[in-house]
Design a protein around this ligand. Sequence first.
Ligand code: GDG
Length: 501
Amino acid sequence: MEETHLRSEGADDALDRLLATTCDDLVVASNRQPYRHTYDDGAVDVDRPAGGLTAGLDAVMRRIDGTWVAWGDGDADAAVVDGDDRVSVPPEGDDYTLQRLWLSEDEVDGYYYRISNRVLWPVCHAALATVDSCRDAWSDYRRVNDRFADAVAADADGDDLVWLQDYHLALASRLVRERSTDEPVVAQSWHIPWPSWDTFRACPHREELLRGLLGNDLLGFHVPRYCENFLESVEAGLPDAEVDAETGRVRYDGATTTVRAFPMGVPVDRIREQADSDEAVGFWAAFRKNRDIDPDTRVAVGVDRLDYTKGIPQRLDALEHLLAERPRWRGEFTYVQVGTESRSDIPAYRRCQERVAERVEAINDRFGTDDHQPVVYTTEMLSNEALAGLYRNADLAVVSPVRDGMNLVAQEYVAASVDGDSALLLSDQAGAHDELGQWAVTVSPNDTTGFARAIDEALTMADDERRRRMDALRAYVADNDIESWIRDVFGSIQSLQAAEV
Ligand code: GDG
């Protein structure tokens, strides 16, 4: 295949070579866009990807001159696109094309707020009591997937690769296939858990979702357990499908989908640099001073979107139990919670925000003094450098979702722990635990007593044991970073292509 779009080739850069030899062109589609234009005092401003998935994919797109299709949700987005709704990004580099889709208010409500976030999110996180009935919203979800598929198919030729992201686009791969005259390879990464069939069967749209996802040539989940759950769901939910659990292949409607696990990683080198930066040092010094965090106290940190799956109230219960049962930590221990606002239009999220604020206040009322607040809470969105400074200076990270996928915060914390002397507490309900659990201190998020004991254990762990575990975590996270994830996905696509020849 031609290497027409290779940008930065270096002898040692195997990733560039892999990207260039896998496809002529790459078309990525996701709900969230990598750059968002907004008005600020009449001038146009650009928001950039803060972290996680979008930043990782942006780095790939900058290496290939591809197209990224996404919902244009910025108030100045329409002002900067050309006649075909395209804009070159990043603004200073013109490295690739961002193709924007405009969604009506009704479409945003039905596709994004209702089906994506009030049906699929709770179903996949096994929070069935939170699933909304969502009446006629399914037609919006279908229509928006259709519009994404139209945009993608218009851009993708036979030698191209279409890479769909996440649960917002579950129907898109089949629709792309129906619309494409050539046959691009279609892959999809699912970034949240896939539940057992016994849970998934509660989804009102289960058959259409399974059929939609089987339009992919390659379907990636975070860990092998989610692949097994998906294959089990296909077997039970689509009697016409032939499932080979050994190879992870499904034959359905004349085509084959390969199902694989790709545990997602984080940009380790960049996070290490951020943790070492002057801004990180400055942030931590100022934050500690402004929030009265005594330099002699031990510090734990939690960083989460304010989402009911992240288990923040349960974590605060455990912290309160710790302070009640182990008085030695009163005045000697500070827990910093960064809780960024998320999906506030949804009642379950507003309840989560209120509950977190109430629990923080109750603990500080009970155990706080004039000199010391045991819980420091901020809803401010921190810069990546500030976040890395916080991670680096915390003795402990508490990552305790009631259900979660790869949880990037756990990995970012490890990457930023450049001094190697901190500890990670990790919920056994996170997919990340399948990978990192052997070196973390494991918690069961709803077991308040055991959770409090685990925090105490992490705080009192012998130095050499803590270092041994953190060294192993750091090595794992460095070996399995975001580039390695992308290499694995593209490597699998190449294997599929080779098998077809
Ligand atoms: C979903 C899945 C899966 C948060 N506050 C700030 C900030 N963040 C960044 C973190 C991290 C990201 O947000 C959160 O990522 P998580 O993985 O922890 O959680 P979800 O948002 O639920 O992500 C998850 C992920 O998709 C990717 O596949 O791993 O399982 O649920 O990157 O750093 N970043 C900055 N300031 C903040 O205040 N800069």
